[in-house]
Design a protein around this ligand. Structure first.
Ligand code: SAH
Length: 258
């Protein structure tokens, strides 16, 4: 204990680390609830169901259940659990109020698959009423074929029914372009920072839908972008952008830069 105190004195982040390291998914989710990141019962249920250990590569349990990003290969990371909780909370109201009988969701930069699977669990209707209250479909894309494979393999571990029931579909794709053939989407999440707002992607939102995206090259912030009106040509007037919080994400690359 004395050692912990001394470390905390010299390395203030150490106490944060001490506080946010847990041994089970349940304890990690409890932390997210206590810290005020997770507020809705729907997000809580989803996070309880999707075990971060299955999406944290070779990292041990102590790391997997710590509220911190972790390297997953290809120079990329699995985001910190509090960012997953935040993103789910940001999208939830728009999914709930969607008029669509089945909601349509796109997760850009699926990485090792955690958020894609969590969104899948939110709309999974294979065992009765979905947690969201209505069914839906989730598309996950990533620019790295290795990470698309990793997402599939990770989902297979304990969430494989989402793939076999076609609630979740994963493919190689460029987030700047999105998936125009599969839209419009009620919610689009982007897990990498764009240097400018991606208008092609914004045009794939349903009216009333939301894009949750980190934007900025050096000084980054998480934004939510709502689509207010329909038009075949992009216009700034059809969207409302709101800055949510300062963040640090890997860049949303152009595939020809790889
Ligand atoms: N969403 C995941 C991973 C975040 S890391 C999570 O929350 O854990 C960011 C991911 O975005 C990486 O997997 C990276 O390969 C991917 N990415 C970067 N640029 C991309 C692009 N243009 N299109 C699709 N994916 C991209």
């Amino acid at each position: 204990m004395q050692l912990a105190f001394a470390l905390a004195l010299f390395f203030p982040n150490f106490m944060m680390f001490m506080r946010s390291q847990y041994n089970t998914q349940r304890a990690l989710v409890d932390h997210l609830v206590r810290s005020g990141v997770v507020i809705s019962p729907e997000v809580r249920k989803v996070l309880d169901k999707v075990n971060r250990k299955n999406y944290a590569g070779d990292w041990d349990e102590a790391s997997a259940y710590t509220d911190t990003p972790l390297p997953i290969g290809c120079g990329q990371t699995i985001s910190a659990p509090h960012m997953h909780g935040h993103a789910l909370e940001d999208m939830l109201p728009y999914l709930k109020k969607s008029q669509a009988s089945s909601v349509n969701i796109l997760d850009v930069g699926c990485g090792s698959g955690y958020l894609t699977a969590a969104l899948g669990r939110l709309v999974d209707d294979s065992k009765g009423e979905p947690i969201l209250g209505k069914p839906g479909k989730v598309y996950g894309i990533d620019v790295y074929p290795e990470l698309v494979n990793m997402t599939r393999e990770n989902i297979q571990k304990e969430d494989g029914d989402l793939l076999t029931n076609k609630i979740v579909e994963v493919s190689i794709g460029d987030g700047w372009k999105g998936l125009p053939d599969k839209g419009p989407f009620d919610a689009i999440h982007v897990g990498a920072a764009a240097y400018e707002f991606p208008t092609d992607l914004m045009m794939q939102l349903r009216v009333g839908g939301v894009l949750v995206i980190p934007v900025g090259r050096y000084d980054q912030a998480l934004y939510k972008v709502e689509r207010l009106a329909e038009s075949s040509k992009y216009s700034d007037r059809d969207f409302r952008k709101k800055r949510l919080l300062g963040v640090r994400y890997v860049p949303l690359v152009h595939p020809d830069e790889l």
